[in-house]
Design a protein around this ligand. Structure first.
Ligand SMILES: Nc1ncnc2c1ncn2[C@@H]1O[C@H](COP(=O)(O)OP(=O)(O)OP(=O)(O)O)[C@@H](O)[C@H]1O
Ligand SMILES: Nc1nc2c(ncn2[C@@H]2O[C@H](COP(=O)(O)O)[C@@H](O)[C@H]2O)c(=O)[nH]1
Length: 194
């Protein structure tokens, strides 16, 4: 089996993590690609080696120097995130396809790196107002962090055309169904009937 990559990118709050978690639960062929990141762990709700590999900025710089990343970004001021080549290799060596939850620039870089072996999906919120409401309701970020995420979202929305597919996440059940179909069609392509 040739391992593939499924990339989910979106402005913060659009719902990509919710969709990716659902896909990992319903499709055992998929394995979540755990990114390296330099931000602090959110209390007990996050586990090192499950949600992220939490590393220091020095360790992150060392990995950049040793060319260990497919891509990396300073997603928010002072917070670095990166997709590790070793993580993708680990998933493929286990006979699974890698599913990624990365920011918009990172998603485009991963697609460019793996080309046809990758499917890039842009998750779009129904509106900026709804995105903002979701971030407030999620209750994980400060007011200033929410306003910088919403500000950045307006810019990120201009990249949707560069992705293979766009899913508008208005009704969550519909978004789950569309995402499931897209992923199944990508990992099990139909042979053309001759
Ligand atoms: N269709 C939806 N309708 C209403 N709420 C939703 C919908 N989809 C996701 N949510 C909620 O919106 C919030 C943001 O979703 P999620 O954390 O998945 O976003 P995200 O794009 O991964 O954000 P980040 O990049 O910050 O991790 C969560 O509280 C989630 O439960
Ligand atoms: N470019 C990358 N972006 C990544 C990666 N891993 C996660 N992310 C994105 O960062 C933000 C913030 O996440 P949070 O957990 O701090 O709320 C989110 O948009 C993720 O998609 C990565 O390896 N590269």
């Amino acid at each position: 089996m040739q391992g593939k990559i499924i990339i989910f990118s979106a402005p913060s709050g659009a719902g990509k993590t919710t969709i990716v978690r659902h896909l990992v639960n319903v499709l055992p062929e998929l394995s979540f690609s755990i990114s390296a990141c330099t931000r602090d762990r959110r209390g007990r709700s996050e586990i090192n080696g499950k949600d992220y590999y939490f590393i220091t900025p020095e360790e992150f710089r060392e990995k950049i120097g040793q060319d260990e990343f497919v891509e990396w970004e300073e997603v928010y001021e002072g917070a670095f995130y990166g997709t590790l080549k070793s993580e993708i290799e680990r998933i493929w060596s286990e006979g699974k396809h890698a599913i990624l939850d990365v920011d918009v620039k990172g998603g485009l870089s991963v697609k460019n790196f793996y080309k046809d072996r990758a499917l890039s999906v842009f998750v779009k919120p129904p509106s900026i107002e709804e995105l903002s409401k979701r971030l407030v309701a999620r209750n994980t970020d400060s007011a200033s962090s929410i306003s910088s995420r919403v500000f950045k979202a307006k810019f990120e929305l201009s990249f949707e055309d560069q992705f293979d597919v766009v899913i508008v996440n208005e009704n969550l059940e519909e978004a789950f169904a569309k995402a499931e179909k897209l992923v199944r069609d990508f990992i099990y392509p139909q042979e053309p009937i001759v």
